[in-house]
Design a protein around this ligand. Structure first.
Ligand SMILES: *Cc1c(COP(=O)(O)O)cnc(C)c1O
Length: 424
């Protein structure tokens, strides 16, 4: 694909876009009477226009039926969570019995660590990426402490080489090997929230298994963004949130994946609740926990239906668009963005350092731009001109054009605004 930095070319790409109708399914925030250039779908995805109907349905059923809604609502609440595995298994690449929607993300990360981080004196280390999302860092730190280990020694971070921003897979694999049978769990983000680097989950999993450790991933920035094949990659466990690329509303429900070889093993230790109990006998309310032999066996509580209704609204849109077509458009959009940034750099002398990998197999939607000196000024000017981007100290602007509602013209306009800022 060869791109051009003119607005006609961007408009043409939009006309040819087989997913162009989908933007109309979302509310686009406004700036001075015009659509914003919304590039923060990696932080909070936009609201589908259909979400309110999905939530209203449950409110209406609750108003009319009260408790009977558990059985007689249009979408009965008791098995409400069962509507998700079919759609989610396509998004994260797994079997339907390996996935369940429950709780929120950091909670789920802890619950999964309860099952998969069972350290012993000899095997107690956690290997992760340096600069993991803070919540994940705190989770790992306190997990190590909880088991009586010093986090400074138990949590091993893999860092980029001197002068580099992203991790090399050979360094990740070498670190895992170096710590060998002292490693209990390897836990990485699928896509790093800061650099936008997509990790090679298949190779990381293989390296973890080679030393007898479990491999898990926090897919907050990967689910609904990049192509995932968790089952085929033999990943042990994963979790994600639904409110970033999956547009399911602030603080929305989270999902977990557990490989069926573990999910079907009801003897895997866990923190249990009644919703993980064998369905046939759950309401006998007897002593002694009997887990459902699927990922559902990790559920604690009954389904938070209102926030799940918002999740369902969004997943129906994913289904309609088709995950394959979304990946194709994502690659084109981010290819166009990388092209526009290269053009700007050739005109203004490498003012923008893109720290996200250039290889389309090592990134998703997000592009992290490091702008020396005037980064904050540029960010503030972008905001004034209706670009919703994200600033990360000390000098990174993160932007993420997403295939469901961003356009090539958004990217062209963004480039144009940057040029006008640089000309000043
Ligand atoms: C967004 C994000 C979180 C947020 O966690 P919540 O529990 O949903 O507040 C955690 N980890 C990663 C990697 C994230 O990107």
């Amino acid at each position: 694909m060869s791109f051009q930095n003119i607005s006609e070319s961007a408009k043409k790409l939009d006309e040819q876009d087989p997913l162009k109708e989908f933007r109309g399914k979302f509310f686009i925030p406004q700036h001075q009477g015009k659509d914003c250039i919304y590039f923060t779908g990696n932080s909070l995805g936009l609201q589908p226009r259909s979400t309110s109907q999905y939530v209203q349905q449950e409110l209406d059923d609750w108003a009319q039926m009260g408790v009977e809604g558990h059985f007689h609502a249009k979408n009965p609440w008791m098995p409400y969570h069962e509507i998700f595995p079919k759609q989610l298994s396509k998004i994260v690449g797994c079997k339907e019995n390996e996935v369940v929607v429950m709780n929120s993300l950091t909670v789920n990360l802890h619950l999964l660590m309860v099952s998969f981080y069972r350290p012993t004196k000899n095997r107690h280390k956690i290997i992760c990426e340096a600069k993991a999302f803070p919540s994940d860092q705190y989770a790992l730190e306190t997990q190590a402490k909880h088991h009586g280990f010093d986090p400074a020694a138990a949590v091993i971070e893999v860092s980029p080489r001197e002068g580099e921003y992203v991790l090399r897979i050979e360094d990740i694999v070498a670190t895992i090997k170096e710590h060998g049978d002292s490693v209990a769990v390897v836990l990485f983000g699928g896509v790093n929230y800061y650099t936008g680097q997509l990790f090679d989950m298949k190779s990381i999993t293989k390296a973890a298994h080679a030393v007898g450790a479990f491999a898990g991933f926090d897919l907050a920035h990967a689910a609904g963004n990049v192509d995932l094949h968790l089952h085929d990659w033999d990943v042990d466990f994963a979790c994600w949130c639904s409110y970033k690329y999956m547009n399911s509303g602030p603080g929305g429900v989270s999902g977990i994946y557990i490989h069926e070889k573990h999910a079907s093993d009801t003897s895997v230790p866990r923190f249990a609740g009644w919703w993980g109990y064998t369905k046939e006998t759950r309401f006998k309310m007897e002593k002694g926990f009997h887990a459902i032999p699927t990922a559902e066996g990790w559920q604690l509580s009954n389904a938070p239906v209102l926030s799940m209704a918002a999740h369902k609204a969004s997943l129906d849109i994913f289904d309609e668009a088709g995950i394959g077509r979304l990946h194709e458009k994502r690659k084109l959009l981010s290819g166009y963005l990388h092209y526009i940034l290269r053009e700007i750099n050739s005109e203004f002398g490498n003012v923008i350092h893109v720290i996200t990998p250039a290889d389309e197999n090592e990134r998703g939607c997000q592009v992290s731009m490091l702008v020396e000196n005037k980064g904050k000024e540029m960010f503030e000017e972008l905001t004034k001109q209706g670009v919703v981007a994200d600033w990360r100290e000390p000098n990174v602007i993160r932007i993420a054009p997403v295939p469901l509602y961003n356009t090539f013209e958004d990217i062209w306009r963004f480039g144009n605004i940057i040029e006008s800022i640089l000309k000043k």
